[in-house]
Design a protein around this ligand. Structure first.
Ligand SMILES: NC(=O)c1ccc[n+]([C@@H]2O[C@H](COP(=O)([O-])OP(=O)(O)OC[C@H]3O[C@@H](n4cnc5c(N)ncnc54)[C@H](OP(=O)(O)O)[C@@H]3O)[C@@H](O)[C@H]2O)c1
Length: 252
């Protein structure tokens, strides 16, 4: 797995690009939205907490970056009609899509498969995988209108190797990796590329829920892991399709 943590993005890397980020209200998604906007992209902030999304919107406006847009959507209850509404609004307002960062996810519970609540398992699969699939399906025609589009699926180390007590979360990330590979193969030679990115241990609310006893100060912040997010969204990764990346080097 390659990592581009030392990548130095030029200021105008994403100038003129239209990029949608799911789960843009907090953690890594918020940092990615801010970072993409700072590098010139018009970012579409998708998520469920409108007040938090408005906070990101205001922070982007205050930087003097291109005016963002807020698309509220709760991925837990979203239906195919909602996904189509997102695509229709995007088409009307922007006409195409150059980048898509699938980032929104929930953790679920940390118990053995035998004890896992099946309803919670289904909820985790809905938010982390089914919604990702639904959004990708309706957004493909808009991505096809881009001269060069990048779709990034957020993975995890437990989406590449299963681990005890990671149940639905791990399964959803394996499914996400599979979807990425299928789409990459289906669109080989096209102007859209599909890759996955594992952020690695990062100082966010989700990480704290998964490891409540850990001192968060030992972890990189979302802002510190942005180089690979920028590299994979920008033109320097244009020839890369169907690959799995890490945002941080492996622990030594
Ligand atoms: N942090 C890590 O160490 C780590 C490690 C490996 C992989 N990852 C992956 O990195 C991604 C970001 O994680 P994070 O640590 O930044 O998590 P986080 O701080 O918990 O943020 C998750 C984001 O997803 C959104 N979200 C959750 N449920 C949603 C729903 N039903 N509808 C719409 N949006 C929803 C949240 O919105 P609200 O603001 O409304 O809650 C929030 O914006 C995830 O895919 C995660 O699996 C993280």
């Amino acid at each position: 797995m390659t990592c581009h943590i030392d990548y130095q993005a030029p200021d105008g890397l994403l100038e003129g690009k239209i990029v949608l980020i799911s789960g843009a209200s907090a953690g890594i998604g918020r940092a990615a939205a801010m970072s993409y906007a700072r590098h010139g992209a018009t970012v579409i902030l998708l998520g469920r907490s409108v007040s938090r999304l408005e906070g990101v919107y205001d922070a982007i406006e205050a930087m003097g970056a291109p005016q963002p847009a807020i698309f509220p959507l709760n991925l837990e209850s979203a239906t195919s009609q909602d996904y189509r509404a997102v695509a229709a609004k995007l088409e009307k307002e922007f006409g195409r899509l150059d980048g898509l960062l699938h980032n929104a996810s929930i953790l679920g519970e940390r118990v053995a498969v035998e004890a896992y609540d099946p309803e919670l398992w289904a909820k985790v699969m809905q938010v982390n995988f089914t919604a990702t699939l639904g959004l990708t399906q309706v957004l493909l025609p808009l991505l096809e209108r881009s001269a060069s589009a990048s779709v990034i699926f957020t993975s995890s180390s437990v989406g590449r190797r299963g681990r005890a007590n990671w149940g639905a979360y791990s399964t959803s990330k394996f499914a996400t990796e599979g979807l990425m590979q299928i789409l990459a193969d289906e669109h080989q030679g096209s102007a859209i590329r599909f890759n996955s990115l594992n952020p690695g241990a990062t100082r966010t609310v989700m990480r704290q829920s998964a490891y409540p006893d850990e001192d968060p100060r030992v972890l990189r912040t979302p802002e510190e892991i942005m180089p690979t997010y920028l590299w994979l969204m920008g033109p320097d990764s244009e020839s890369v399709n169907g690959q799995a990346f890490d945002a941080q080097p492996p622990k030594t």
